[in-house]
Design a protein around this ligand. Structure first.
Ligand SMILES: Nc1ncnc2c1ncn2[C@@H]1O[C@H](COP(=O)(O)OP(=O)(O)OP(=O)(O)O)[C@@H](O)[C@H]1O
Length: 337
């Protein structure tokens, strides 16, 4: 049995239809697993259920060999870090972090040692006497993290913890979080709708769609070998077409393509795999976007819209021009039915 197990979990709110259905998930000790998916797919609901903030409609959850399905939140040994830092504004960094240990009546000397160790681990040594209002967003989020990990929870749940931070700080903080997670060996479930964040941080990623798991895999596998059309689209294969009888089928019509593996039902290409400027097909430029070394094109073609790229030096075509392009069969992501 794995460290954290969700077995056939169903979740919902009030009389509304089920928000999450038949969810099976097994997480190993020390793993960082991301829940990734579009808004409303059930990520937060799943986290709430693990934390004990909503009841299960069906199924069970075990953590470290114990059935926690019916335990109240404070008996589950689970730490939470959310988007809003929810620090106590009148307490300084030391006291914010020490809060949970004081509730547990940890003796003063041991408390000081634990708090200082965790404050150092999140890179805030020297900030102990600061109030939250005297710190940046990134620093406050580190305090929230320190406060959650100081009580050594069996599992740490993080729900979009970096989404209030600016882009640069977010990239920096995700590396920090990963380092802290590895150093302290904490098992983490991490909710995000940002695939770059999930790919950069996770041991494995759960891609969710409409309350169900579409694919659970390593970042490399998800990126290179998505198994469903939904995951492929989410992983940047923006050109996705049905395939049968030697023809690609798009919203507007068909184009012939040879060389795809037998049994292919859907073929996909990333924008950078679709070469604009030469190739057997033709399309009309709907728009172009300059990206420095490359120009990205949106083309109207016999299939419908196709997105492709050309090196900037060769990208002379403008809106309204007709250009050639290629959908190379040997580079296609080929999905079976
Ligand atoms: N408090 C609530 N009451 C009723 N329905 C809710 C409630 N919270 C969420 N839902 C519904 O449950 C479904 C799953 O929502 P959830 O918040 O888990 O999605 P999410 O993947 O976390 O989305 P986001 O990225 O926007 O936070 C949605 O259909 C949503 O409308």
């Amino acid at each position: 049995m794995s460290y954290l197990n969700l077995q056939q979990v169903a979740l919902g709110y009030g009389n509304a239809r089920t928000a999450v259905e038949g969810l099976d998930l097994a997480v190993e000790r020390g793993e960082l697993i991301s829940l990734l998916g579009p808004s409303g797919c059930g990520k937060t609901t799943t986290m709430r259920a693990i934390a004990g903030l909503i009841d299960l409609r069906a199924g069970r959850i075990t953590l470290d060999g114990r059935d926690i399905s019916r335990l109240p939140p404070n008996k589950r040994d689970i730490g939470l870090v959310f988007q809003s830092y929810a620090l106590f504004p009148h307490l300084n960094v030391f006291d914010n972090v020490a809060f949970g240990l004081r509730l547990r009546k940890v003796p003063a000397a041991e408390l000081r040692q634990c708090v200082e160790k965790v404050i150092a681990a999140v890179g805030l040594a020297g900030f102990e006497a600061r109030l939250p209002a005297q710190m940046s967003g990134g620093q406050q989020q580190r305090v929230a993290l320190a406060r959650a990990i100081v009580i050594e929870p069996k599992l740490l749940l993080l729900d979009e913890p970096l989404s209030n931070l600016d882009a640069k700080l977010r990239v920096q903080m995700r590396a920090e979080l990963r380092r802290i997670q590895r150093e302290l060996g904490i098992t983490m479930l991490y909710v995000t709708h940002d695939q770059d964040e999930a790919l950069a941080m996770s041991d494995r990623i759960v891609v969710m769609n409409s309350g169900k798991i579409e694919q659970l895999d390593t970042p490399e596998q998800l990126f290179n070998a998505p198994r469903t059309r939904f995951v492929a689209n989410f992983m940047g294969f923006e050109n996705l077409f049905d395939y049968r009888d030697g023809q690609l089928h798009g919203a507007a019509g068909q184009l012939p393509l040879a060389g795809l593996p037998a049994g292919t039902a859907c073929a996909g290409w990333r924008v950078q795999q679709v070469q604009v400027g030469s190739g057997p097909y033709a399309g009309r430029v709907l728009s172009r976007g300059f990206l420095g070394e490359h120009v990205e094109y949106l083309l109207q073609t016999a299939l419908g819209e196709v997105r492709g790229m050309a090196p900037a030096a060769l990208a002379s075509a403008r809106e309204g021009d007709t250009v050639h392009f290629d959908l190379p069969a040997h580079e296609a992501l080929a999905l079976a039915a």
